[in-house]
Design a binder for this molecule. Structure first.
Ligand code: DI6
Ligand code: FE
Length: 407
């Protein structure tokens, strides 16, 4: 498989192409070929239809292997200090996630550890987690701040996120999550904290080029829809897209509020109402479902899959990789959980970590399907059937990852 890896242009032949671009299930092309020129897909189709101009390009047989778009993880908190294994044990003894948060543990304990860590230490801690995702064919990773909760520490987290995109061959999309939790120094002054985040921290970080999108946690243990809206007003003025942690533990009307700002996505959504579904459909927001958090918190209330489908809301899946509610670094396992816990079809699960993950990041024109003009970010699998990606558990069939035509 190594022969043409570094060619600026080449043709991959004898590939089973799950294009995710319509037509057959999975957009499957059984006996396919794909021409790569520079970073992009120059041609894709049935091998027997390969145009003459590609016949003298360097070529390589994939011997019937399955090719999918490189995977997209559109929701992660992968940069953080410390660990929450003790909290995990407390929860196993019966304490709830909310109780631990209210007692000053939870997100706040990760904030203390993240504030205390150097940029280099945060990077070193995050890289093994990133590498686990890369080993399963990841091409694009969204990374949130939200464990700093002051100007310097939020900037530090986002710089680490950018550095991850420099030291590894993947695309990193950063998200400012200043409205994640109330830090101890603002106890009893949530509105003042929101003002500080919206009026000082967000504009400063955006000016440094550290922010691609803006997120918040809308929940009883975090911020109200009205408070989040004040952060979103500033995001809008800065021309930054928004998204929201909405309806994870209770229905706060968050998804509908986010939809009124044209949110790219609302995420979690276990307690989403019919009105929330309708608002998301109207705004074109993606539903980002996070089965890792559902599983790890032993949640029993399912997100309203049938209503989301009926309304035509696109479904994405993501790791939500974070130390408290989803210490998960496998998108393959995420897909399996999407099927087993949420009864999504294997085809929905693959689309959810490719095409719809890309849409949730506003990158649907560039990545997420195999189509002419899109980036040649590919995952090659030692499999023939795309459903096997979702079906197996704890098994990694990745043969090769190609990022921007390289690899
Ligand atoms: N919901 C989540 O699942 C993560 N953040 C959020 O708002 C969990 C964050 C944590 O517990 O550290
Ligand atoms: Fe999250």
């Amino acid at each position: 498989l190594a022969s043409t890896q570094n060619q600026a242009h080449r043709v991959l032949t004898r590939a089973r192409l799950a294009t995710l671009a319509g037509g057959a299930p999975y957009g499957l092309i059984e006996e396919g070929a794909l021409a790569i020129e520079g970073e992009r897909i120059a041609w894709i189709g049935e091998e027997k239809a390969l145009p003459e101009r590609y016949l003298d390009w360097p070529s390589e047989s994939l011997e019937g292997r399955l090719v999918t778009p490189a995977l997209v993880d559109c929701h992660s908190h992968i940069v953080y200090g410390g660990s929450r294994d003790k909290e995990f044990e407390l929860r196993l003894e019966g304490a709830s996630y909310e109780e631990i948060a209210r007692a000053g543990g939870g997100i706040r304990s990760t904030v203390a550890a993240t504030r205390a860590a150097s940029e280099d230490a945060l990077l070193a801690a995050a890289l093994p987690r990133v590498d686990a995702l890369l080993a399963e064919g990841l091409g694009t990773l969204e990374i949130k701040s939200g464990y700093g909760l002051d100007l310097e520490s939020e900037a530090k987290m986002l710089r680490v996120a950018r550095r991850i995109g420099e030291v590894r061959s993947l695309r990193v999309v950063t998200t400012f999550l200043g409205a994640h939790a109330l830090p101890p120094e603002y106890e009893g002054r949530a509105d003042a904290y929101i003002d500080f985040m919206a009026e000082e921290v967000l504009p400063a970080l955006a000016a440094e080029g550290l922010v691609d999108a803006v997120d918040a946690f809308c929940e009883k243990i975090a911020f109200s829809a009205g408070q989040v809206a004040r952060v979103f007003e500033v995001a809008k003025a800065l021309n930054l897209p928004v998204k929201l942690h909405a309806e994870q533990l209770s229905d706060q009307g968050g998804a509908a509020m986010a939809a009124s700002f044209g949110a790219l996505s609302s995420d979690h959504l276990e307690y989403l109402s019919e009105a929330g579904v309708a608002a998301m459909a109207k705004a074109g927001s993606v539903a980002v479902l996070l089965p890792g958090a559902f599983y790890f918190l032993r949640e029993t209330k399912l997100p309203p899959l049938a209503a989301l489908r009926a309304a035509g809301v696109p479904l994405a899946l993501a790791s939500d990789c974070n130390p408290g509610s989803s210490p998960l670094t496998s998108l393959l396992l995420t897909m399996n959980m999407g099927a087993t816990l949420f009864r999504m079809t294997p085809e929905e699960c693959l689309a959810a970590v490719t095409r719809e993950g890309a849409r949730a990041l506003g990158l649907e024109r560039d990545i997420g399907t195999l189509e002419v003009g899109k980036r040649a970010d590919l995952a090659v699998w030692d499999l023939a059937e795309p459903a096997e990606l979702t079906y197996r558990m704890g098994f990694n069939p990745l043969a090769r990852r190609i990022f921007g035509g390289k690899g």
